[in-house]
Design a protein around this ligand. Structure first.
Ligand SMILES: *Cc1c(COP(=O)(O)O)cnc(C)c1O
Length: 393
């Protein structure tokens, strides 16, 4: 029976099997640092790669391996790799592909620490980067250089929720032989599968929707077998930002309910967005499911649903925005996203506080912008809390 031909919801529960040698329903947690060899010769054969098997958990672990197989199947890729955080995954990929003197083309607007990492790569290792809004073919082509080794994209872009047409970028990248990496954190493979759209590599902060319960920090990468092996044997093995077996176990549990959770996140967000849009104290909403969103067409084309994140500007100041957050009772003030709880944050002073003001304003991150990660509570209760805070402005 080929499990890979089953529906996404089934694969989220069964893909890759169970890793259980003794029939336990849930995957066993191999909480071990190392693996014993029966003989010295077996140890020699394992190290030589002649005999398959485990050696040491930084190199591989059965619980972690099952998660890697499952995410690869869910993303429609050949192989997966796990890391101790989303940033460990992002940095392992960027460092595996580039060397001093190379160039990366990035989407305009990136996760704050990815922005910081690129800055460091430039300053310390002479690996340069440029930004593009990736809207116009001409503009993308004009920013590609002979030494461009990678196109790195986030879509939707945090926190302004602009989208990039992945197939359009892939077409240009393929003509130049440049691989495309997508940070798929905001969507999860349930809403968007970049590899099936022609992209080469997907990275995830599994901390967010994949874990889904706010109890683990982790990262994942999916791509071609050869590329994944290269990363595994270089930047993963030797820099060592690995995922613990327990975190892999938590993520395997999280994945089982990803489809049902995402459906509810999306349904709740749709309700909240439509109510926010009509509120007298709201200036503008940024939500890909809004038919007036400038990238609504791209959303329809490449995402199965608009996701659970909404950003909005209020008719007011930074102080008004902070007061709204302070008046909330059910909704928690916190960064991160994709958790069961509805979370709210103020990007200008929190997630994007490190970005210089001018770049921040260029990115559309004004002082009256608020980002909401809609959780799994009843939408009526989320709205009641938000509405009372907005009404008292
Ligand atoms: C959170 C996040 C990251 C970083 O992931 P960590 O697990 O916090 O290291 C990268 N990209 C995006 C889009 C994120 O939201």
């Amino acid at each position: 029976m080929s499990k890979e031909s089953k529906h996404f919801d089934t694969l989220a529960i069964h893909a890759g099997g169970s890793a259980s040698p003794d029939g336990s329903l849930t995957p066993p947690l191999y909480q071990t640092s190392t693996f014993t060899f029966e003989t010295a010769e077996q140890g020699e054969a394992r190290f030589a790669g002649i005999e398959e098997g485990y050696i040491y958990s930084r190199l591989g672990n059965p619980t972690v391996k099952l998660l890697e197989e499952r995410i690869a199947i869910l993303e429609g890729g050949e192989a997966g790799l796990s890391f101790g955080s989303g940033m460990a995954a992002v940095s392992a990929v960027l460092f595996a592909v580039t060397k001093s003197g190379d160039h990366i083309l990035c989407s305009q607007g990136l996760y704050g620490c990815t922005f910081g990492l690129l800055q460091m790569m430039k300053e310390k290792y002479n690996i340069e980067h440029d930004f593009s809004d990736m809207n116009e073919e001409e503009e993308i082509l004009s920013k590609l250089k002979p030494n461009t080794k990678l196109i790195y994209i986030e879509t939707p872009i945090n926190p302004t929720m602009k989208l990039i047409d992945l197939q359009k970028v892939v077409q240009i990248a393929k003509s130049k032989g440049i691989p495309v990496v997508v940070d798929n954190t905001f969507c999860s493979p349930y809403l968007q599968k970049p590899i099936t759209l022609g992209c080469d590599i997907v990275v995830h902060s599994a901390t967010k929707y994949i874990g889904g319960h706010g109890d683990v920090i982790a990262g994942l990468v999916v791509g071609k077998k050869e590329f994944i092996q290269q990363v595994a044997m270089t930047t993963k093995k030797d820099i060592g930002g690995i995922m613990s077996p327990f975190d892999a176990w938590l993520l395997l549990r999280g994945l089982k309910t990803l489809p049902v959770r995402m459906d509810r996140h999306c349904d709740n967000a749709e309700k909240i967005a439509s109510l926010l849009k009509k509120h007298k104290n709201i200036e503008q909403i940024f939500y890909p499911g809004d038919t007036e969103h400038s990238n609504y067409g791209i959303m329809k084309k490449q995402m199965s649903k608009p996701g659970g994140l909404i950003s909005f500007t209020i008719k007011g100041s930074k102080k008004d925005a902070q007061n709204i957050l302070n008046r909330l009772q059910l909704i928690k003030i916190a960064v991160s996203l994709g958790d069961t709880e509805t979370l709210i944050q103020h990007p200008a002073t929190m997630t994007h506080a490190v970005v210089p003001e001018e770049s921040r304003l260029d990115m559309g991150i004004t002082d009256n912008l608020i980002r909401l990660s809609v959780g799994l509570e009843a939408w009526e209760d989320i709205w009641e809390d938000l509405n009372q805070a907005l009404n008292r402005m």
